[in-house]
Design a protein around this ligand. Structure first.
Ligand code: SOE
Length: 388
C-alpha cells in the first residue's frame, strides 16, 4: 500500500536526455522518500525512427508511444510534461504545457534565444505551474559542497572565478551534422557550445558566485561545412565550436570561461575554481567525487591559520554529512552522472510537496539565456556587453 500521489509523466523526446530523465523517475523513490509516484505514461518521438522509439518505450517501461507531442500535452491524465527534445522545440512545448496547467521539466538551454525564453517564462508565470530547468550539475554532491563552503564564508571575499567546459568529439571534419548530432545545426540547437556547455558553466557560476554583470566574448567556428547525415548534403556550420569570455561579477570578482568541442583529450572537462581571501575551491567533472579546498584563514576571525601542514585538501565527497550522500551507500562509495538527475528530481518533488521555490526554475533558465545571448552578441560585435 502506498499513500504516494501519482504523477503521470509524458516524456517529449527519447534520446540521451530522455534516458537520463527517465532513469531519474525510475530511481527517485528507491533513494529518496518523496510523496510522489511518477508513472511513465507515454513517450514522444517524431516517428522518423519507430523502431528506436519502441525500443526506448520497452527498455524503460512506458505504457505507450506518441508521434504528436501536442496530443500528450492535451491529455487530462498527464501531470508532468518533460521536455528533452532538440532545443528548437522547447518554446512551443513549454508554452503549450504551461497553458495546459502541467508541471514542467525542461532540458537546458531553456530556449533558442532570450525572446523565446521570455515568452516561455511569461506563460509559466500566468499558469503558475512548477518548473525545473535541468541544470543537473548543481546536484553533483561535490559541486553542492562547493556552494556550501562558499556560502559558509570559508572562501571569504572572492577575487577570481575560473570555469572550463571542454570536450573533443567534433574535431574530425568527418563528424556529420543532423540526426543525433543536431547540436551542430544552428536551426535546431540555436547555438553551439554556448547554449550546450557554457550554459552549464554560467548557471553554476551564478549559483555559486552571484550574478555576472558584464562580459566580453570571442567565439570560433573551426570547421565551417559538414555533411548532414539526414539529407546527405553538405551544410554550412554556423554554431560556435568554441567560446571564451571574460566576466565581471556583481560582487567585484572577475572570471574567465572557456568552452570548446576541440580540446583533444577532454571528454567532459567541466571545471570550476574560486579563489578568495580566506580560501579556494576547485572541482573537475572528470574527477567528480572529489572537491579540492584550500583553507588559509578562519572565516569568523579572518585570522591566518596557515602553517607548515597547510595545503590543498582533496575531499572525497562520500560521507553522510555531504550533500545527497546519506541517501546512497556508505562512506567511500561513489555515485555518478545519472544520480545528478535523481537528486534534482527529488529536490523538485520536495519543493512541490512543501510549496517552496525550486531552483533552477524557468526564471533561472531565462537568466542563463540572457547571459548566453549576451556572449554571442559580444563575440559578434567584438565588445563588452552589460547583462541586465
Ligand atoms: C553535450 O555533449 C552534452 O551531452 C550536453 O548537452 C550535456 O548537457 C552535458 O552535460 C554533457 O554533454
Amino acid at each position: 500500500m502506498t499513500n504516494k500521489k501519482t504523477l503521470n509523466v509524458g516524456m517529449l523526446g527519447y534520446g540521451f536526455m530522455g534516458r537520463t530523465h527517465t532513469n531519474a523517475y525510475c530511481q527517485v523513490n528507491h533513494f529518496f522518500k518523496t510523496q510522489f509516484n511518477p508513472v511513465l505514461k507515454v513517450c514522444y518521438g517524431r516517428g522518423t525512427d519507430m523502431a528506436k522509439l519502441k525500443d526506448f518505450q520497452s527498455t524503460w517501461g512506458y505504457e505507450s508511444i506518441e508521434t504528436d507531442w501536442r496530443k500528450i500535452v492535451e491529455r487530462d491524465d498527464i501531470d508532468i510534461v518533460n521536455v528533452v527534445s532538440p532545443n528548437f522545440l522547447h518554446h512551443d512545448m513549454v508554452i503549450a504545457a504551461a497553458e495546459a496547467g502541467k508541471i514542467i521539466i525542461c532540458e537546458k538551454p531553456l530556449a533558442m534565444n532570450v525572446k523565446e525564453a521570455e515568452a516561455m517564462a511569461a506563460a509559466v508565470k500566468k499558469a503558475n505551474v512548477p518548473t525545473m530547468v535541468s541544470f543537473n550539475y548543481r546536484r553533483v554532491p561535490a559541486i553542492a559542497l562547493f556552494k556550501q563552503i562558499v556560502d559558509e564564508g570559508r572562501v571569504g571575499r572572492p577575487f577570481h572565478y575560473r570555469a572550463t567546459y571542454n570536450q573533443d568529439y567534433t574535431i574530425s571534419k568527418n563528424v556529420p551534422s543532423g540526426g543525433a548530432l543536431w547540436r551542430l545545426s544552428a536551426k535546431v540547437a540555436g547555438s553551439g557550445v554556448t547554449g550546450d556547455l557554457v550554459a552549464h558553466s554560467v548557471d553554476t557560476a551564478e549559483w555559486i558566485n552571484g550574478p555576472i554583470e558584464r562580459i566580453c566574448a570571442h567565439t570560433e567556428i573551426f570547421i565551417k561545412e559538414r555533411k548532414n547525415m539526414e539529407t546527405g548534403q553538405m551544410e554550412q556550420i554556423t554554431i560556435d565550436d568554441a567560446c571564451m569570455f571574460l566576466a565581471v561579477f556583481k560582487n567585484g570578482s572577475i572570471g574567465t570561461f572557456e568552452s570548446t568541442r576541440y580540446a583533444r583529450g577532454r571528454k567532459n572537462y567541466s571545471s570550476m575554481e574560486i579563489n578568495g581571501e580566506h580560501g579556494a575551491c576547485y572541482f573537475n567533472l572528470e574527477d567528480p567525487e572529489y572537491l579540492d579546498f584550500f583553507r588559509y584563514a578562519d572565516p569568523e576571525t579572518g585570522k591566518k591559520i596557515e602553517d607548515h601542514l597547510t595545503g590543498w585538501q582533496k575531499i572525497l565527497v562520500t560521507n553522510s554529512e555531504h550533500p545527497y550522500m546519506k541517501n546512497y551507500w556508505v562512506p567511500g562509495l561513489t555515485i555518478g552522472y545519472e544520480h545528478t538527475f535523481i537528486n534534482g528530481l527529488a529536490d523538485f518533488f520536495k519543493s512541490i510537496e512543501d510549496g517552496t521555490k525550486f531552483s533552477a526554475n524557468i526564471e533561472d533558465g531565462l537568466r542563463t539565456q540572457k547571459v548566453c545571448d549576451a556572449i554571442l552578441q559580444s563575440a559578434k560585435e567584438k565588445r563588452w556587453i552589460e547583462i541586465n
